[in-house]
Design a protein around this ligand. Structure first.
Ligand code: KG4
Ligand code: ZN
Length: 354
């Protein structure tokens, strides 16, 4: 069967077609198209919801058209699609509405089922999309643990089976991606700062600055990253560093060292808490999900720690393009959690939890 996925929760407009064969463990991507208004938000150092929503309106139909064409499907009559999966929350209300209303209209027009999908489930289900790498890894088996690390979330989610999810920990304040972005702003780096910090960190010394590992000793699986941000702010103020001046000269190495130290602090906490939870719940699979999972240093460290500390546990992380927001992951989540509803019953829910 073929499912059309639609994703418009934030600043990315996505449409994708996936193919699923009943009985097979993974789904295949026929097309996965993304347009982003990121360049506009980079100018303001963060997302302005109204701007993101307007861009969603501009991008939605061309992206949809492109996704159907790339999947070899009709764009004039009813395409060979069996269901539509759409993100209905969490996210920005103006952005969500564009995708939800488009999906409802198409479901009515084509007379096919509509599957409302939680964006966070989407991130997790990116792990069920077949890629050249997944062919060499042991399949996902339950119980599984997912670390969801995005711009808005840092959650540890236990999966007993498809659709049976339990959040066992989460951030008490800033999410990991938010910490990267806010610290990046303090350092004068462009938004989103996660990929920039990751790149600069490659040239830096992760032990150069002693930064806190928040909630390391708490006996739960919760996270907190706002204290880390304050520590960096205090350092910057104390030394009167200004990384916006050009050329940076000697400060270039200083900035790289600071980025490497920040990244190391975030990775240390994420890895420690996740591995502890995986041991406690005796999971068979560990998965990463969300934009921060595109961080190579994070995934490399997990690879090593899983081999050393979790023998027999399979480790999965989607390729970077499937870690950040996209519609193929929404279609995959729709397939494995198939709760089709009438188009009349679907409404956008910006505050949706798991
Ligand atoms: O999942 P996502 O695309 O959107 C949300 O649903 O939030 O995640 C975006 C977040 C941003 O905070 C961005 O800075 C972070 O993911 N990010 C990274 C990397 N690539 C994206 N953080 C660290 N290292 C990266 N390579
Ligand atoms: Zn996301």
């Amino acid at each position: 069967m073929k499912i059309l996925g639609i994703e418009t929760s934030c600043d990315e407009t996505g449409a994708a077609v996936i193919e699923a064969v009943p009985g097979e463990k993974m789904v295949r991507v026929c097309s996965n198209v993304i347009a982003t208004s990121l360049a506009k938000h980079a100018l303001t150092g963060g997302i302005i919801p109204e701007v993101a929503a307007r861009e969603q309106v501009n991008f939605m139909l061309p992206v949809l058209n492109d996704a159907l064409v790339k999947a070899g499907l009709s764009t004039t009559g009813k395409p060979d699609i069996d269901a539509i999966a759409v993100t209905y929350g969490p996210g920005l209300i103006g952005s969500l509405l564009v995708g939800v209303e488009t999906a409802k209209t198409l479901a009515l027009l084509w007379d096919i089922p509509l599957i409302p999908v939680n964006h966070m489930y989407g991130h997790i289900y990116a792990n069920w999309i077949e890629t050249p790498t997944t062919l060499n890894v042991a399949p996902i088996t339950f119980p599984a643990l997912a670390l969801v690390v995005s711009g808005g979330h840092t959650d540890l989610v236990l999966l007993e089976s498809h659709g049976q999810l339990k959040v066992i920990g989460g951030t008490r304040d800033d999410a990991a991606g938010e910490a990267f972005d806010k610290i990046g702003r303090l350092l004068g780096l462009p938004y989103p700062a996660g990929p920039v910090i990751s790149r600069l960190a490659q040239e830096g010394n992760p032990k150069a600055y002693r930064l806190p590992r928040p909630m390391w000793d708490s006996k739960d699986y919760d996270f907190s990253f706002s204290g880390l941000k304050t520590s960096v702010l205090n350092l910057v103020k104390k030394h009167e560093w200004d990384f916006t001046k050009q050329p940076l000269g000697n400060d270039e190495q200083l900035l790289a060292d600071l980025c490497a130290s920040v990244q190391q602090a975030i990775i240390d906490v994420l890895v420690f808490k996740t591995i502890s939870a995986a041991k406690k719940y005796e999971v068979k699979t560990l998965m990463l999900a969300g934009g921060v999972a595109a961080n190579k240093q994070l995934t490399d460290r997990f690879q090593t720690e899983v081999i050393n500390q979790l023998p027999g546990v399979s480790f999965h992380v989607p390729p970077p393009t499937l870690c950040t927001d996209n519609a193929a992951m929404i279609a995959a989540a729709g397939y494995f959690n198939n709760t089709t509803v009438s188009w009349k019953e679907v409404t956008a829910d910006p505050e949706l939890y798991y």
